[in-house]
Design a binder for this molecule. Structure first.
Ligand code: ADP
Length: 277
């Protein structure tokens, strides 16, 4: 478990937060924009609607994990207000979700920028890989755009620490089937290798201009297709070298997939090769 900056540093006072407009609806309740006055920064404030003790624990578990993370491409937690009404305060990324941003900007975004986003997400995941942390929900809906050149991986609501030889066995069924590795669908088995599979699907989304993976299938049909060797097709604008990297992320056997460190190297190489030669 990485060293955090200590729990107490994340306790903030409600008087220090000005609440503004609604940004969107989260799983637990409304998300508002606001200002954190002592740092003069714009923030996103997550609220919890029906916050019974059980729900509160689940709501706060995301913030607990985020307290230990410090990376340029991971959403930054600013603080938590643990007395009712419970709030989680994060840095605001004004361009919003990557999926929506890609659709809005599709005629402006270049392949070089799309690969840059992939590389940034990959670096964030390589950082998590170093702590044996699995994210379990890697998708463009969970990446936020800080600036046209910088994205941040967010939504640690499903993340867990796993012991090296172990894996996290999921019990809940709030699971994104079309993004999941075969062993996750079949046995609810989640490891860094299954995160690598999901990252491949996320790269596919980025190059497909945020189309839904397997939109032509029902959830229940996905596993049969994967087991008969069928994979997501190459998006029109995806360079073939990048697609062959994705195919390696989608190896049926988890141990045959590359690590995030290896992927970051290959992505860098692909970007340099494609755009400087
Ligand atoms: P949950 O994970 O609880 O479902 P989300 O993280 O998806 O909630 O947040 C809901 C909405 O709020 C999203 O549509 C997202 O656009 C917006 N949002 C959340 N966090 C931020 C942030 N840090 N900066 C900007 N927008 C955010």
């Amino acid at each position: 478990i990485p060293e955090g900056r200590g729990d107490y540093k994340y306790k903030i006072s409600r008087d220090d937060v000005d609440v503004g407009q609604i940004l969107g609806e989260g799983f637990f309740g409304e998300v508002h924009e606001g200002i954190y006055k002592s740092e003069k920064t714009r923030v996103a404030i997550k609220t919890c609607k029906d916050c019974t003790a059980d729900v509160k624990e689940k709501f706060l578990s995301e913030a607990e994990l985020m307290k230990n993370l410090d990376h340029p491409h991971i959403v930054r937690l600013i603080g938590v207000i643990e007395v009712d009404p419970v709030w989680i305060v994060m840095e605001l990324y004004q361009h919003g979700e990557l999926g929506k941003y890609i659709i809005e900007q599709q005629y402006i975004l270049t392949n070089a920028t799309l690969i840059l986003y992939c590389l940034q997400i990959c670096k964030a995941l390589a950082y998590l890989e170093g702590f044996n942390m699995v994210h379990r929900d890697i998708a463009v809906r969970n990446v936020l755009v800080a600036s046209p050149e910088c994205v941040k991986l967010g939504d640690f609501g499903l993340s867990r620490y796993v012991d090296e030889q172990e894996y996290y066995k999921a019990s809940i069924s709030r699971l994104p089937i079309k993004w999941m590795a075969p062993e996750s669908i079949n046995f609810r088995r989640f490891t860094t290798a299954s995160d690598v599979w999901m990252f491949g699907v996320c790269v596919w989304e980025i190059f497909s201009m945020a189309q839904q993976p397997f939109f032509w299938l029902e959830n229940g049909q996905v596993i049969n297709q994967l087991e008969s060797g069928i994979r997501l097709p190459k998006p029109q604008h995806c360079p073939p070298t990048l697609y062959s990297l994705l195919s390696r992320c989608w190896a049926y056997e988890p141990h045959a997939r590359p690590s995030f460190c290896q992927l970051a190297c290959s992505l860098r190489y692909t970007a340099v090769y494609l755009y400087t030669c």
